[in-house]
Design a protein around this ligand. Structure first.
Ligand code: HEM
Ligand code: HEM
Length: 476
């Protein structure tokens, strides 16, 4: 069979008037069920995870809120981060990848049975992870890998199945080229399997220093080689598709891909500047953090140049504004991260709430917004059920204003916190000066949480109204 170009061969623009979708994508019923189930469960974990974040955030303002061990800060913080990483963001990205990879390969997903098994393994892992963390059973103070290995192995198993499923789909593609999205998506899956193995394998992380180096590697590779390439890969599909025009430059995408792979692998130790790990390792991490300017500028430049001249589509679409915000945050947080890595600035910001602002601007402003853009762009066209426009608008504005109200005060407060420590003032002084900023965090966090309730409502509204109706549509 003659091989066609992947994405551009599809004459099915997703751009629509805000008022109505008016268009359906003829994907198999099996595919819609699997994708929607991933999205629905990810929405559930988003609400649960941010409810926990909200509660933890309130504890900064009212530390005496409770005295129940299961609800203590130390136990709930990893519940918040792990649920959002593995329950919400990861599963939402996988949902979209389960559409993008078969679509750009122009064939069905290799195996739906494997897809359902992945869904089951991942959700059981997150559920057991939450219970064990709340019981106080954890992997020690090792961020984002606090869940003990027998439970996290279930998640890793699910991820391996996803990677295999996607790989087989791409390998059997009916088009010549492997579309750039699939480079990113497959690389992200493979990197993360390696990363999780390195993070959990015993034997070589016994002493404090080697464990710290591995922790830095794991922590930043987690965000940089899983969330970042996955969500960028998805955006390389959804942005041109929603605008109904090709990506500005394919070569720029390839440049961003390879420089991301080269520079990101070396920057983990920038989490431990001024720590006892060898000075030269820290310096390498700082130099490569500067190198990150190349893939970030190439990637965001490529997206922005693709958007150029199509601003009217943004006004009409309710998914594109999410993508625009996500791309802008990607640029901002990455340049911000490069600044944070410099010794002169790390001296001020390390250990302070500035880092909490950076992590939320990145995981939320960048990753979550791009995911939401993809979900609102795709799901109504799969299920034929549209979310209320007003509710999508409320989600967008509450989330956007919420993250700004959350992070700007934390950046200001974090800087003052660091300067206070440098000035040798007492620790309590810095706690007192942070109080108003933590109130703002609680306000911003509440807005974000409300927006997630609305998102969950929208997912409910986007559900296939009945499976029977879906069957009819998929046959028509
Ligand atoms: C690409 C350029 C980036 C650079 C150079 C960078 C740099 C940094 C640095 C230096 C820190 C540590 C701050 C400290 O503890 O003193 C940090 C923390 C963090 N970054 Fe980035 N960052 C970048 C992009 C991103 C992106 C795109 C994400 C998310 C997808 C992200 C997520 C995080 C998170 C979650 C933390 C907190 C880690 C922790 O728990 O300590 N960063 N970043
Ligand atoms: C999708 C949404 C969210 C994601 C992905 C997310 C992610 C994270 C991450 C990565 C951290 C660790 C930060 C670090 O160590 O640098 C964290 C901590 C935290 N998050 Fe969130 N978060 C989200 C929403 C929220 C919301 C809505 C709130 C509400 C206030 C919140 C409150 C907190 C608090 C209080 C901490 C602990 C900060 C500390 O240790 O000082 N988060 N979150």
């Amino acid at each position: 069979m003659e091989k066609k170009s992947a994405v551009l061969s599809e004459q099915r623009p997703l751009t629509v008037e805000k008022s109505k979708v008016g268009e359906r994508i003829d994907t198999s019923l099996e595919s819609i069920r699997l994708i929607f189930s991933f999205v629905a469960l990810s929405a559930f974990w988003l609400v649960f995870g941010t409810l926990v974040g909200e509660y933890v955030g309130f504890k900064f303002v009212w530390p005496e809120l409770d005295s129940v061990s299961w609800l203590s800060f130390g136990r709930l913080r990893p519940v918040h981060t792990n649920v959002l990483f593995w329950g919400f963001l990861s599963q939402a990205m996988i949902a979209l990848a389960l559409y993008v990879v078969p679509r750009t390969s122009q064939r069905e997903l290799y195996s739906y049975r494997l897809g359902w098994t992945s869904l089951g393994l991942m959700n059981i892992s997150v559920l057991f992870g939450v219970i064990s963390l709340m019981m106080g059973i954890n992997n020690g103070g090792q961020e984002y890998r606090e869940i003990i290995w027998p439970i996290f192995a279930l998640f890793a198993g699910g991820l391996i199945l996803v990677a295999y499923n996607l790989y087989k789909t791409i390998a059997d593609r009916k088009v010549t080229e492997i579309y750039i999205s699939n480079w990113y998506i497959l690389a992200a899956c493979l990197w993360t399997i390696i990363l999780v193995s390195i993070a959990y394998l015993p034997g070589y992380q016994k002493d404090g220093i080697s464990q710290t180096v591995i922790q830095g590697y794991y922590m930043h590779q987690g965000v940089g080689q899983w969330f970042t390439p996955m969500v960028l890969g998805l955006t390389y599909y959804f942005l041109p598709k929603l605008l109904n025009k090709p990506i500005y430059s394919y070569s720029l995408g390839v440049l961003a891909f390879w420089t991301q792979m080269i520079f990101y692998t070396m920057i983990g130790s920038h989490h431990f500047v001024f720590s006892p790990i060898p000075w030269w390792i820290q310096t390498v991490a700082i130099v490569f953090s500067v190198g990150m300017i190349v893939p970030v500028t190439a990637g965001t430049g490529n997206f922005l140049l693709t958007m150029k001249g199509s601003w009217r589509s943004f006004a009409r679409s309710y998914s594109l504004p999410f993508i625009l915000v996500g791309v802008i945050f990607y640029a901002i947080v990455s340049y911000q991260g490069t600044l944070e890595a410099f010794r002169s600035l790390n001296k001020v910001w390390h250990f302070t709430n500035f880092t909490i602002a950076h992590s939320h601007m990145s995981m939320y402003g960048f990753v979550a917004f791009l995911i939401w853009g993809g979900i609102y762009g795709l799901i109504p066209r799969l299920t034929g059920s549209e979310p209320p426009q007003l509710a999508v608008g409320a989600h967008f504005w509450l989330a956007l204003i919420g993250i700004l109200v959350y992070s700007i005060p934390l950046m200001i407060g974090g800087t003052l916190q660091g300067l206070s420590w440098i000035a040798g003032e007492s620790f309590m002084e810095s706690v007192n000066l942070m109080t108003p900023y933590w109130v703002w965090r609680a306000i911003g966090g509440t807005m974000m949480f409300l927006s997630h309730l609305i998102f969950a409502y929208n997912v409910w509204k986007m559900r296939p109204s009945t499976w029977e109706k879906l069957t009819q549509v998929s046959q028509s």
